[in-house]
Ligand binder design. Sequence first.
Ligand SMILES: Nc1ncnc2c1ncn2[C@@H]1O[C@H](COP(=O)(O)OP(=O)(O)OP(=O)(O)O)[C@@H](O)[C@H]1O
Length: 507
Amino acid sequence: MTDMHPPVLRLSHICRSFGPVKAVNDVSLEIRRGEVVGLIGENGAGKSTLLKILAGIERPDSGEMQLNGCPVQFRGPRDALRAGVGVVHQEQSLFTNLTIAENIDQHSSARSGLERAGLQDWGRINREAARALAKIGVRLSPTTRVGDLSFIDRQMVEIARAVCIDPGQGATPLVILDEPTAVLEAAETQILEREIRKLRDFASVIFVSHRLDEIMRICDRVIVMRSGRLATNKPISDVTKDDLFRAMVDGDHQPVVRRSSPATRTPVLEARGLSRGGAFSEISFSVRPGQILALVGSNGSGCEALMRCVYGAEAVDGGQILVDGRAVRRWSIRKAIAAGLAYVPAERKTEGMIAGLAATRNIALTHPGEGAAGPFLRPGRMARVAQGWFDRLEVRPNDIHAPLIQFSGGNQQKVVLAKWLNAPALKVLLLDHPLRGLDVGAGAIVNRQIRAACAAGAAVVLIPDTIEEALELADDILVLRDGRHSACHDLAGGGAPSIQEIVAEMV
Ligand SMILES: Nc1ncnc2c1ncn2[C@@H]1O[C@H](COP(=O)(O)OP(=O)(O)OP(=O)(O)O)[C@@H](O)[C@H]1O
């Protein structure tokens, strides 16, 4: 039966440039009621810019946008929200000093009699939030402060907030999910997939992901962006994963599958019975130069907190950290960096970079090397070092002097990594979700650099996005469950466990 309704979204010849960069170049497309459309493309292809236009954050330079048959021009995000566009951005946008309910209420136009009389109706605010959370199967108390939540729980709140919009008058809302699964565990991803299927009944969805399997599983149609343009726009039944990969990438990026050979030297980093109240308890592990250890666990397993303690960003309550066989005292980030430790955090925007500072300066932040002489900076040399990393990591755009905020998420991640790889005596690389937000090609480039660091003698402790990533990269896997040691696997020595085995050890 033909759908008599106008498309929920119609874009005609949308363009948006930043200086010479045509981030979105003449994009026209339609999204119909109840459609789940996958949006994919390499890092820097223009996906986020297109989504920002739909969300009222960026204005197009030219072109027309219609929602439910009406032309729209957004002056800001609130206009987009009122027109029925709900977005979960790559970077989180919650107010951390407010409760979950207060955050969800920011998107709600519902007001009770009490509120119309000028009073705060906490009952309504908390009830609505509880409903929104229940809708996506999350059990969190609406009165919890967002700042007290883990990254993953905050992501679930973002999703709850995006799915609770109501454009009214029979119009269909458009829900945009910008890589929502990048930060989720397998079980949570399944919940989200179920939720997206349910959304079809009352909304249209644009779903951005770098995971092609997920796109094939969830979406009805797929749009591929390449260098700002639409390269492909097809029903999912008409494409294969290989077609999508080829449509996305320019060159022939071959993911390297090679496990680094386990070294026999003494551990460079050892954790003995580490505990931190409420996070993890009695955890021991060690890594030798050239070895990759993956820490695997579901939400709340303690992996992230453990890594932060090893880096000196949080204190432990008990146990010992040893570097080069010597127990450390009064461990701190400063001491960790001096000892050759490096940490790429999951939350790169808030912890891993200075967004307004040029890429060159970001790379020189912790280890300026020849880019500084005593207290003096040497801009020329600093630029040469940065250019070397830009070439090795294929950072785009190839402009080392641009502020980091002007780079796409995946390219920012490459710069954050370069900052640490630039260390003159790198001993241990602590990587918390290093491939988050990276496309397949960029992921392969980063993995190659991680292996190169290993080959040069660094040890790596990795919290991967997926179990597959752990199995591909690591020599050893340590599984944590509820903050406790659950299992460990020596992949080189004892053969690889199956994904199902590891999942069973996690939950
Ligand atoms: N504020 C800005 N100023 C200058 N250039 C920008 C700005 N925002 C984006 N760009 C550029 O526009 C291009 C498209 O970036 P965009 O963030 O839309 O890519 P993306 O496909 O979302 O990438 P990723 O998957 O890495 O997030 C990139 O070359 C980027 O450097």
